[in-house]
Design a protein around this ligand. Structure first.
Ligand code: ATP
Ligand code: MG
Length: 380
């Protein structure tokens, strides 16, 4: 799938702007604060229903305006798809080929993988960033995962309501039971899928990390359940599908036990303390946790490796490449790593890249899109 054209109305610093993209290589150039990142962000909203750097849609509305609209035309082996996202009066409306659709309908349609300097949060900051990575990557390739994610969130909210009432002494005994079951069922799906995902991307992550750092290194992506433990070993043990039934059983038992054993604590606190909504994973390189011991450059390399693996996985699962958005990714990499990255991304399909260092991509057939104060010109 690739994006052909995007039309923006009142989106960030764009009042009314149209941009046409080349099928493969696009380089957005411009001075600071001209709208380069905003343009990538708009593509991200079309692909995933939301921004990669801002949770509040209101912030995406051009200052002084009341709504934004993004329209995109996508093309995939001769089939045209239009996606429109409009936000006004605190409501987001999505249209696919002119028909109203739910946000979930977007996922997998025009898959997008984005990497930007803020991506470092994925390594450095709280577990929520890593869960978001897992959830978004998995939601793009699996409707089933997305459905479990939504059901889990609903069950969690309901269970928390009951726990809150129990805390205040207003709930009947056993009232959480029905939600416990839902938590275990959907939780099992989420945790199993995440562990399988980490096992699946691990080889690619290791390869990319090794290529970029110029030396072989061993990577482990270790799923970390919080407040419960899986009866056998780390994620690496669960490679291959033969183990998956065993893994499911183990996840299920552990989750159920965590809920039972901690009920009194959860009642005292008034919300659900354990489960996939608090889990984490660890990026281990040559035995060292990159979050704790990695240098800035190593951490950047790690996220890029995760993103490259995400691209490969989407390609493998959906049969076509995602649109890859790269915001300033070369800025903080040394020569060796930049060169390695250039080679790595050469196998991607459509790339939209912003760079303060043009020339990072091989220049054949590249479209240069110049942005100045929200106005577009094409050169080269
Ligand atoms: P840099 O090279 O520094 O990364 P950039 O070209 O990527 O710059 P953007 O992040 O796209 O810049 O932002 C361009 C401008 O858009 C900024 O000056 C910012 O203040 C402005 N901007 C952000 N949100 C809005 C909004 N809701 N309405 C109007 N302008 C906005
Ligand atoms: Mg920018």
């Amino acid at each position: 799938m690739h994006i052909q054209k995007i039309r923006l109305t009142n989106f960030r610093n764009f009042a009314a702007t149209e941009v046409e993209f080349a099928e493969r290589r696009n380089l957005i150039v411009g001075a600071n604060a001209q709208g380069k990142t905003n343009l990538l962000e708009a593509i991200h909203v079309l692909g995933l229903g939301r921004s990669h750097r801002d949770r509040k849609d209101q912030n995406l509305v051009r200052f002084g305006e009341t709504y934004y609209r993004i329209e995109g035309i996508f093309q995939h082996i001769g089939v045209r798809t239009t996606i429109e996202v409009t936000y006004s009066e605190e409501r987001k409306r999505i249209k696919i080929n002119g028909k109203e659709a739910r946000p979930a309908a977007l996922l997998g349609l025009a898959p997008v993988v984005a990497s930007s300097p803020e991506d470092i949060d994925l390594i450095k900051r709280s577990p929520g960033y890593r869960r978001a990575f897992l959830d978004l990557a998995l939601s793009q390739v699996s409707r089933e995962y997305l459905a479990s994610l939504q059901s889990y969130a609903r069950a969690l909210a309901q269970r928390n309501v009951v726990l809150k009432r129990s805390q205040e002494g207003r709930a009947a005994r056993g009232e959480t039971a029905v939600w416990d079951e839902a938590i275990v069922d959907h939780g099992e799906n989420l945790v199993t899928a995440r562990i399988a995902f980490l096992a699946e991307i691990r080889p690619k992550v290791e390869e990319t990390t090794s290529v970029m750092s110029g030396q072989a290194c061993e990577v482990a992506l270790v799923y970390e359940p919080r407040g419960y433990s899986l009866s056998s070993g780390p994620a690496a043990d669960w490679d291959g599908s033969a183990a998956s039934a065993m893994l499911r059983g183990s996840v299920r038992d552990s989750l159920r036990r965590a809920l039972e054993e901690n009920r009194h604590v959860e009642v005292a606190r008034g919300f659900t303390l354990f489960g996939p909504h608090v889990d984490d994973f660890k990026f281990v390189c040559d035995g060292r946790d990159i979050r704790l011991f990695g240098s800035e450059g190593e951490q950047r390399t790690s996220v890029i490796a995760l993103r490259c693996a995400e691209v490969a996985l989407i390609k493998a699962k959906l049969g076509h490449h995602p649109i890859v958005l790269l915001d300033d990714v070369f800025a903080e990499l040394d020569e060796t790593r930049s060169r390695a990255l250039t080679a790595l991304i050469s196998e991607f399909d459509q790339i939209v890249l912003t760079s303060s260092r043009p020339g990072a991509l091989d220049d054949t057939g590249i479209r240069r899109i110049a942005v100045a104060a929200g106005e577009i010109t094409y050169d080269g």
